[in-house]
Design a protein around this ligand. Structure first.
Ligand code: HMG
Ligand code: MG
Length: 285
């Protein structure tokens, strides 16, 4: 049997958060429902963040309330602080995520605090989630480049990843926020993180500005990673990472992994239907 890779679908969250025009809650719900029918087992639905910072995610609770939950599928949400966690738990999120950065510039732009302050803020979030029996994912942004500070040292990524793992994050998602990483730089970065954490605890999160996201995934697979984030239709970008393009498209990741002899359990036809719908939600080409 082919070896399995786990895909974490971030389209409804990372994909839609950057869209300037309001997207109807019903359309977000429809996108999640289409994704639930593809065989994907982990879907990041939304973010419980400040609506002043990210207006597109202001209907987080409504989206979670509206989706048809499919057994075996985990519905996740971003939670930057205790307030976000409480709201996510009340809305029935199955998994939550805290999000840190390996660089100071992005941390301040994205969550308005230093890296150290963000980690201090996430500790009680992880503790409260553990008490509620909800797993926490930890993101590290800017693992190779920061839009504000430039190239990022692999050791800085490892430090933040270890801090998140120690506070209880089960999986650490390593984010190429700008999407300009290359396989060589990904290998160097992963080399540093893998000195401290096993590959089973790590996921790759590649935006695709430079067109090398699939090669970066392949380099990560070679180093033992078996979990990757992707956004259906290649949606997305981060409002606080100017110039960054969307996430690598889920359908392209499924195809590349199949070429490598790795199985995702995703139905290509159902995913194509979700991708067509997702692309129709974009306000900009
Ligand atoms: P702040 O201004 O420092 O904090 O923001 P604050 O406590 O002063 O709150 C500001 C306002 O937000 C207040 O309301 C709070 O009540 C409200 P106001 O008085 O202005 O009306 N507030 C909240 N509202 C709803 N839910 C909450 C919440 N918390 C405070 N949980 C804060 C700090 C973290 C809140 C803000 O900076 C924020 O929301 N940032 C989120 C930014 C974001 O969502 N970025 C995109 C996701 S990260 C990403 O895309 C990268 C990733 O994909 C990986 C990669 O690619 O690298 C994950
Ligand atoms: Mg992202």
């Amino acid at each position: 049997m082919a070896e399995r890779v786990s895909l974490f679908e971030v389209g409804p969250r990372d994909g839609l958060q950057n869209e300037a025009a309001a997207i109807a809650t019903a359309d977000k719900v429809r996108l999640v429902d289409l994704l639930s029918a593809t065989g994907l087992t982990r879907i990041e639905v939304t973010s419980f963040v400040s609506p002043r910072w990210v207006p597109q995610m202001a209907d987080a609770a409504e989206v979670l309330a509206g989706i048809a939950r499919r057994p075996g599928v985990t519905y996740a949400a971003l939670t930057p602080n205790l307030r976000g966690l409480e709201a996510a738990l009340a809305a029935g999120a199955d998994e939550v995520a805290v999000f840190a950065s390996a660089s100071e510039g992005f941390s301040r732009a994205n969550i308005n605090c230093s890296v150290a302050d963000s980690l201090a803020r996430f500790r009680p979030v992880c503790a409260a989630a553990a008490e509620a029996g909800v797993p926490v994912r930890g993101y590290v942004s800017c693992v190779t480049d920061c839009p504000y500070d430039g190239p990022v040292k692999p050791a800085a990524v490892a430090d933040v990843a270890v801090a998140l793992a120690r506070m209880g994050c089960r999986e650490i998602s390593l984010g190429d926020t700008l999407g300009r990483a290359t396989p060589e730089r990904v290998e160097r970065m992963l080399g540093a993180v893998l000195d401290s954490l096993p590959a089973e605890r790590l996921a790759g999160h590649f935006h695709d500005t430079g067109g090398q996201a699939l090669d970066n995934i392949e380099a990560s697979v070679a180093l033992g990673l078996r979990s990757f984030d992707a956004a259906v239709g290649g949606l997305g970008g981060c409002p606080y990472a100017p110039g960054a393009a969307g996430n690598v498209a889920t359908e392209a990741v499924v195809a590349r992994l199949a070429e490598l002899g790795l199985e995702t359990g995703v139905d290509a036809a159902a995913l194509a239907e979700a991708a067509a719908f997702a692309k129709g939600l974009r306000t900009e080409p």
